[in-house]
Design a protein around this ligand. Structure first.
Ligand SMILES: [Zn+2]
Length: 122
């Protein structure tokens, strides 16, 4: 799927009009309309707001151009396994088992290996 279809789908699912979505992410209704027509793509700051609003990763908003991989354990990341910062924003670098609430879940190499082994066991 392309960004335009993804935004349209997420907006409709949330029951928002173009106008309401525009207000929530501080753009004009015309900007939303252009995204959904495929004329433009939201900028980085707006993508962050959309990611938070719709609770999906920026990678998903962009039509999943990359296979996200945890920089710590190498696990392929889905939206459901991506780690989050304290404020709920996705951190697309890590899985939620390696990094959560703004903190790494390990403090040295031994702990890291332990965490990764546990993940693999699951
Ligand atoms: Zn990981």
């Amino acid at each position: 799927m392309e960004t335009k279809d993804i935004i349209l789908e997420l907006r409709t699912k949330k029951g928002l009009s173009q106008e309401e979505l525009a207000e929530k992410v501080f753009v004009t209704r015309q900007a939303v309309s252009r995204w959904e027509n495929g004329e433009t793509v939201p900028n980085t700051e707006t993508l962050k707001l959309l990611s938070k609003l719709f609770d999906v990763s920026i990678n998903t908003l962009l039509g999943s151009p990359r296979q996200l991989i945890c920089q710590c354990c190498g696990m392929p990341l889905e939206d459901s396994s991506i780690s989050r910062e304290k404020d709920g924003i996705f951190n697309e670098e890590y899985c939620k088992w390696c990094y959560a609430d703004g903190e790494y879940m390990y403090h040295n190499m031994d702990e890291l290996i332990e965490v990764c082994v546990k993940n693999m066991a699951n």
